[in-house]
Write a protein that binds this ligand. Structure first.
Ligand SMILES: NC(=O)c1ccc[n+]([C@@H]2O[C@H](COP(=O)([O-])OP(=O)(O)OC[C@H]3O[C@@H](n4cnc5c(N)ncnc54)[C@H](OP(=O)(O)O)[C@@H]3O)[C@@H](O)[C@H]2O)c1
Length: 351
């Protein structure tokens, strides 16, 4: 899919038949600075994109998936987006980098953690521990200018993104005793395109349940970020994850106890996100459908118990702000494009 734009950039998506891969294809083909997008796949080479992602039926052209060959992808692309299941990116990263692409962006968990011990605790043995710490943190709304010039970016997990957006404004007032708890619910697209018993419609459509309640993998990301932000006074955040009867989106409610009361937690949110184009601090609790289909996050904070307890409510689209959109935003920041390029504004309503 090619559009003639001077000084454009070639982008490759690996794992292109997946849900995150599909969203990357959609965003990148509309991106004003990307001239060519190719979709690489292990399961669908030779088949039209629209066979897997029917939203591409609306396009005038019919590009096809191409065989995923890490060497070829790295040699052809300026920017490589990896949208593979956990464990796969670490198997191909060295071969991809032999081709010297200018930027590799991984949406999986392979390179999100800096410390090998944390990675092993959360995900088991890592086959390329030397790459841990070598990827910039892709939490675009917070890292912002720090991503300029990055050549490797790891996009945070979708739950972790919602929890970190909630925690970041409170970082100055957190202590080791704050014990933040983030209670979050996601839609079924969070577990990928492959059918499972827990994503089967009769099981999932009208159901609501908790999972990974003894410890969710994304807590390791929260530990590392809180330690970066708060140093020795960093608390540990419990992430309580739930499946909700919807397809897209995450609703997160963060609850924190504070040693010193905070009079107006909304002020902390406004200060933290004053100039950020995709984060909006609302005067009322956010609603999920306002962000579904967009790269935006909506937040609201409430003080309880005279300001000793604070709630932060955050909503995001797991596939866009929690993955593909954040990856494109991180690319924009890394490459010096307009931060909002290719990411649109309004979603759909009602949805
Ligand atoms: N879903 C979300 O909300 C979300 C949010 C944030 C981050 N993520 C992360 O982003 C990555 C992609 O997520 P996703 O939801 O798009 O997953 P998905 O729908 O399951 O897609 C993953 C794709 O990876 C490719 N693949 C390559 N090797 C594979 C293997 N051994 N087994 C299965 N698939 C293989 C397949 O595409 P080809 O056949 O085309 O190669 C597959 O469609 C994951 O690491 C996930 O944790 C997902």
């Amino acid at each position: 899919m090619t559009t003639a734009v001077a000084g454009g950039v070639k982008a490759a998506v690996a794992g292109a038949t997946g849900y995150v891969g599909g969203e990357l294809l959609r965003l990148l083909t509309d991106h004003p600075r990307i001239t060519e997008v190719r979709a690489f796949s292990t399961s669908a080479a030779g088949r039209p994109w629209a066979e897997i992602h029917p939203n591409f039926l609306n396009r005038p052209d019919t590009p096809v998936f191409e065989t995923f060959d890490a060497r070829q992808v790295g040699a052809w692309a300026d920017i490589v987006f990896l949208a593979l299941p956990h464990g796969e990116s670490q198997l191909v990263i060295e071969t991809i980098e032999e081709g010297s692409p200018e930027l590799v962006i991984d949406t999986a968990a392979d390179f999100r953690l800096k410390h090998p011990a944390n990675a092993e605790r959360a995900y088991g043995r890592h086959s390329k521990p030397e790459f841990l710490g070598a990827f910039a943190n892709g939490l675009a709304d917070i890292e912002a200018g720090a991503l300029a010039g990055a050549t490797r970016i790891a996009v945070p997990g979708c739950f972790a993104t919602a929890a970190m957006l909630s925690l970041w404004p409170l970082a100055p007032v957190l202590s080791a005793e704050s014990h933040p708890v983030c209670w979050a619910a996601t839609g079924s697209s969070g577990s990928g395109a492959q059918a499972k018993s827990t994503t089967h419609h009769p099981f999932r459509a009208h159901n609501f349940y908790g999972y990974s309640l003894t410890g969710h993998r994304h807590e390791a990301e929260l530990d590392e970020r809180l330690s970066d932000w708060c140093g020795p006074r960093a608390p540990r955040c419990s992430l309580l994850t739930h499946s909700a009867p919807m397809i897209r989106g995450i609703h997160a409610t963060l609850q924190v106890r504070l040693a010193e009361p905070v009079e107006d937690p909304m002020e902390l949110l406004h200060t933290a996100y004053a100039d950020r184009p995709f984060v909006h601090v609302l005067d009322q609790p956010p609603r999920l459908t306002s962000v579904v289909g967009t790269n935006h996050a909506h937040l609201h904070a409430v003080a309880r118990d005279g300001g000793r307890e604070v709630l932060v409510l955050t909503v995001i689209d797991n596939l866009i702000k929690g993955a593909a959109g954040q990856a494109v935003q991180a690319m924009n920041l890394a490459r010096g494009f307009s931060e909002t390029a290719g990411l649109g504004d309004t979603g759909i309503s009602p949805c």
